[in-house]
Write a protein that binds this ligand. Structure first.
Ligand SMILES: Cc1cc2nc3c(=O)[nH]c(=O)nc-3n(C[C@H](O)[C@H](O)[C@H](O)COP(=O)(O)OP(=O)(O)OC[C@H]3O[C@@H](n4cnc5c(N)ncnc54)[C@H](O)[C@@H]3O)c2cc1C
Length: 342
């Protein structure tokens, strides 16, 4: 076991040589900021102040060779070869401890329903042991009959069933089970969690949510939380899809948003050709930027979720053009095996 010292929070954990620093931190009750946990998204990038690590497979997009030479590393890939001092680049000083333990659980499928041509709702009940989580977090579902897992954001609130919104990818090993009936009512599913640092932060600034496709899943959880625990903050929700037929659950979402004070919902289509759409058109982050500018909302807290290119484009736009600081941008990128392969 090696000692890992985290700066600037001045905490120390132990980490085995064949364990990643991120996993060791989870095991010891720390919820360090992270994304895909597969070396693809750079969410857990940190700086090595002292010591040596070996890196598991990662993408040079998440960590370039130059960055690695300079001393940057990815905590989800780094396994120590000595005692190590790490500087955390992204951390929330009030929120780096796990609020709920990460545990293994089992559950039964209680619902699989097709919402659009490629989006499904999956619900699990009888979760044993019961899972406590913070709205916005995700769990890993084990692909039945394998040890492999996929991450899915929980779309509802804690207590009872777990609801997921899942996009079907052609050839997708988990999502394919929803599309081809491989997972049905009563089937047993193993899960691990909760994970993630995507949850509402306290502040008085407007809350702006930008989601692409199934990226609406954790937003639904946050919106349900805001309905249950009203706040005085304006809430703006931008939801991007390709075509009108790709928007799911429009009526329930409009109802949910209608129950929250000063909350507006803007669906935006990137391709509206020929479907009689009279709503917003364009890439969802650009529609959001224009909408916020028109309203004079200049200092939002941003919550982003969806495909990595959408999240990256939104971060770039809002930080470069609008100067929103990094520590007011919270996101989960829905990376897939295809991203990992790339
Ligand atoms: C924190 C987090 C939260 C997430 N939450 C959600 C959520 O709420 N909803 C949601 O829909 N998704 C979510 N995701 C994405 C999800 O975890 C899966 O990646 C996604 O559902 C695809 O899994 P799959 O098993 O269906 O497909 P996979 O088997 O992983 O395949 C995905 C696609 O990649 C292709 N592919 C596979 N291997 C290769 C390869 N070697 N080369 C090229 N292409 C390949 C497949 O053909 C398929 O089209 C989340 C991801 C993260 C990291």
């Amino acid at each position: 076991m090696y000692e890992i010292h985290f700066d600037p929070i001045d905490e120390v954990i132990e980490c085995g040589q064949d364990e990643t620093i991120l996993d060791a931190a989870f095991r010891q009750g720390y919820n360090l900021v992270h994304g895909c946990r597969e070396g693809q998204c750079s969410g857990c990038k940190a700086f090595l102040l002292k010591g040596e690590v070996s890196l598991k497979r990662y993408s040079s997009f998440a960590l370039s060779d130059v960055e690695e030479e300079q001393g940057y590393t990815l905590l989800c890939s780094a396994m120590p070869d000595s005692d190590v001092d790490v500087e955390l680049l992204h951390f929330d000083p009030d929120d780096y401890k796990l609020r709920n333990p990460i545990q293994s659980a089992v559950a039964r499928v209680s619902l699989v329903s097709k919402l659009t041509r490629n989006i499904y709702r999956l619900a699990l009940d009888g979760v044993e042991p019961e899972l406590s989580f913070v709205p916005g977090q995700y769990v890993d579902l084990i692909i039945p009959g394998t040890g492999d897992k996929r991450s899915f954001s929980i779309a509802n609130l804690p207590g009872g069933e777990l609801e997921f919104i899942i996009k079907h990818y052609p050839g997708g090993r988990f999502s394919g089970l929803l599309a081809d009936g491989g997972l049905g009512i009563g089937d047993r599913v193993e899960l691990l969690g909760p994970y993630g640092a995507f949850h509402l932060r306290e502040s008085s600034r407007p809350i702006v949510m930008i989601a692409g496709g199934s990226g609406m899943a954790p937003m639904l959880s946050l919106l349900r939380q805001l309905r249950k625990e009203p706040s005085a903050r304006p809430v703006r929700v931008f939801y991007g899809a390709r075509e009108k037929q790709d928007l799911f659950d429009m009526e329930p979402i409009v109802d949910l948003v209608g129950d929250i004070d000063d909350c507006a919902f803007v669906p935006a289509l990137s391709d509206h050709s020929g479907d009689g759409w009279d709503g917003a058109v364009g890439l969802v982050h650009e529609v959001a930027a224009a909408g916020l500018e028109a309203e004079g909302i200049t200092e939002p807290d941003l919550y982003l979720c969806g495909p990595p290119p959408m999240v990256d484009a939104a971060i770039e736009l809002f930080s470069d053009r609008y100067g929103v600081p990094d520590d007011r941008i919270y996101y989960d990128k829905f990376t897939t095996a295809a991203d990992v392969a790339r």
